[in-house]
Design a protein around this ligand. Structure first.
Ligand code: PLP
Length: 391
């Protein structure tokens, strides 16, 4: 049975706050026939534009984050085209599979999962592969909590007129995403991460340059639903515009409420909150004897991954933590499964009380399972916060 006081501390989905949940229950409408919904959708796209650092309206597609990645790759790459895949994590590498699935040829530029890619490596790869016109990159690698310094990478790509597809799914609204200032072309987000809205919406920002490439395709887009050109034809360019498919109005209303809350707090204030709390999380975990996976200078503000202590059964530990402490912590994925634990401190998860409760639950679970600790994660967390305040 589910406890009333359970707490989700995963790196998405995150807790959904009450005003956002209430927005889900607004009376339904037929989006295509309701002028108010058109206005609402336009405003939502503009609010998301502010959050994503772009003056262009952001498209909100019904389908979770992966739909945005799928649509971007399906719409932009052509068969046999070489595509630069910047990979130092599971999502970075995963872009290569998507590129391949749509018939293009991934050219990997790789670094180990706990290191960032140097812009010079991208230069070299472009010099060796002059036909490359598209590159994929990931801002925050959610499985490891590593935040890639994409600005420098995007500068190199821009200098070579390479169109970038940037996965900002788990950084957006926690760390700054400056789509226009960085010259990023396609930037992708999702509703259930640091925006703390319900799962189910993909956020897609597309530059003029990227639209031009989509418009110049020699081959048909090999996808039906994940086809950005449909959005251009029916929504962006049409005189009598309409939605290509029925938007999920309730989820969009909730996302709108989440954007309002974030913009009312202020983006800078929200980033500062994420930075302060995430630093305190890492200090506390290290002090308690855990090893944080990402190097401190590249640690994301939205998620921290740390090593599962030697000899601990990852799944059993986390299941007991959920059943007995009522707190859900995430493991990691693929080859990192069983090796890393992850705590989300994004959006509604980036709150002192929630993170304190997480630390207490982790501590209680470690003590109950005789996992040695070098200190109390909960006490260390409070101490780190006090130091942050004094600094
Ligand atoms: N990209 C990153 C970096 C993610 O962390 C995730 C989900 O965790 C996705 C893409 C896919 O998003 P979704 O699960 O909403 O499809």
């Amino acid at each position: 049975m589910q406890r009333d006081d359970r707490l989700l501390m995963t790196p998405g989905p995150t807790e959904v706050e009450e005003p956002v949940r209430r927005a889900l229950g607004r009376p339904t409408t037929n989006p295509d026939l309701d002028p108010d919904f058109y206005r609402f959708y336009d405003e939502l796209g503009q609010k998301l534009g502010r959050i994503m650092g772009t003056r262009r309206p952001v498209l909100v597609l019904t389908g979770e984050g992966m739909l945005g990645l799928d649509a971007a790759v399906a719409s932009l790459v052509e068969p046999d085209e070489p595509v630069l895949v910047l990979s130092n994590g599971l999502f970075g590498r995963g872009f290569g599979d998507l590129v391949e699935r749509y018939g293009a040829r991934p050219v990997y530029v790789e670094a180990p999962f706990d290191q960032v890619l140097a812009p010079e490596k991208v230069e070299e790869a472009l010099a060796a592969n002059p036909r490359v016109r598209v590159a994929t990159l990931v801002h925050c690698e959610t499985p490891t909590g590593l935040l890639n310094p994409v600005e420098g990478l995007l500068r190199v790509l821009g200098e070579h007129q390479v169109i970038s597809i940037v996965d900002a799914v788990s950084s957006l609204a926690a760390d700054p995403v400056e789509t226009d200032a960085w010259g990023a072309d396609v930037v992708l987000g999702a509703s259930q991460k640091a925006l703390s809205a319900p799962t189910g919406l993909a956020l897609v920002s597309v530059s003029d340059r990227a639209w031009e490439k989509v418009g110049r395709r020699k081959t048909r887009i090999p996808a039906f639903y994940a086809n950005l050109l449909e959005w251009k034809r029916t929504w962006l360019d049409a005189r009598d515009r309409f939605f290509p498919y029925t938007p999920a109005a309730a989820e969009m209303a909730a996302l709108g409420a989440a954007c309002d809350a974030l913009l009312a707090e202020g983006l800078e204030a929200a980033f500062a909150r994420h930075r302060r709390l995430s630093r305190a999380v890492r200090v506390a975990l290290r002090g308690a004897g855990f090893r944080v996976y990402a190097p401190e200078e590249h640690a994301a503000s939205s998620v921290t991954a740390f090593l599962v202590p030697e000899g601990v059964d990852d799944r059993a530990f986390r299941r007991r933590m959920w059943e007995e402490q009522g707190v859900m912590m995430a493991g990691s994925l693929a080859e990192l499964e069983g090796r890393l634990w992850r705590v989300g401190h994004m959006g509604a998860g980036a709150r002192e009380d929630r993170l304190f409760r997480f630390m207490r639950a982790l501590e209680a679970r470690c003590r109950a399972d005789a996992v040695p600790l070098a200190g109390s994660p909960a006490e260390l967390f409070l101490e780190a916060l006090r130091k942050e305040e004094a600094a």
